[in-house]
Design a protein around this ligand. Structure first.
Ligand code: FMN
Length: 200
């Protein structure tokens, strides 16, 4: 049975360990097609995408990425658990609105990640990237910049969301962690902490 969009939103967690089943071309194309029609500031549509599935190139992309800064090197996908595809998000500064391209990128990446969940896949939004190296590796021409990478694959882990108590404040409480069995937990600020009705 197809998942409801709300279930998909709540089921999505950043995945950093993947089974090695390949993702078919049609699914990857659908992801970029869905991102393509997303909201865009002034509708300038400054984004382009490079899909990488070729095994040797995939490993070179992998070497450009850093994972789970709070846990490093623990959160890095281990041997045999690397992503099986990447969607590399490019921006064309020539088409950037005055507010920049970050909002468009956010909408596009979330679209890709949610569609991944709907298709039984998982992903990670990676911004910690060796940009000069990746740009060269993928022959990205002048006039375009690499913004971020969406790493994709069939999940080999099921990270869990944990709601913080509304009283728990600060920049430290939000650190994700792993338990002794290697299970990954992601604390989120509680709804009661962030939702305000009518006035603050
Ligand atoms: C803008 C942005 C950049 C991110 N960059 C990285 C990254 O470079 N490496 C990584 O492992 N995760 C990265 N993440 C994933 C976050 O660590 C993850 O979203 C956060 O821990 C919350 O977990 P969740 O996605 O399961 O809710 C990034 C997420 C966002 C939104």
């Amino acid at each position: 049975m197809p998942m409801d969009v709300l279930d998909i939103i709540h089921a999505r967690r950043t995945v950093r360990a993947f089974k090695q089943d390949p993702i078919d071309e049609q699914t990857l194309t659908e992801m970029v097609d869905a991102a393509r029609v997303g909201p865009s500031g002034a509708n300038l549509q400054p984004l382009e995408y490079v899909i990488v599935t070729e095994p040797a190139l995939r490993e070179e992309v992998f070497d450009c990425l850093k994972w789970a800064a709070y846990l490093a090197p623990v959160g890095t996908p281990g041997p045999g658990e690397h992503p099986t595809a990447y969607v590399v998000v490019l921006t064309r500064p020539e088409y950037a609105p005055p507010i920049g391209t970050a909002y468009d990128v956010g909408a596009a990446v979330q679209t890709i990640l949610l569609l991944a969940v709907a298709r039984g896949l998982g992903g990670a939004w990676i911004k910690s990237v060796n940009y000069p190296l990746l740009k060269k590796l993928l022959s990205v021409p002048d006039g375009l910049e690499v913004d971020c990478v969406v790493a994709l694959g069939k999940p080999a882990e099921t990270p869990q969301r944990v709601d913080l108590d509304p009283g728990q404040e600060g920049k430290e409480v939000i650190r994700y962690w792993r338990d002794e069995k290697g299970r990954h937990f992601v604390p989120k600020r509680a709804l009661a902490r962030v939702l305000h009705w009518q006035r603050y």
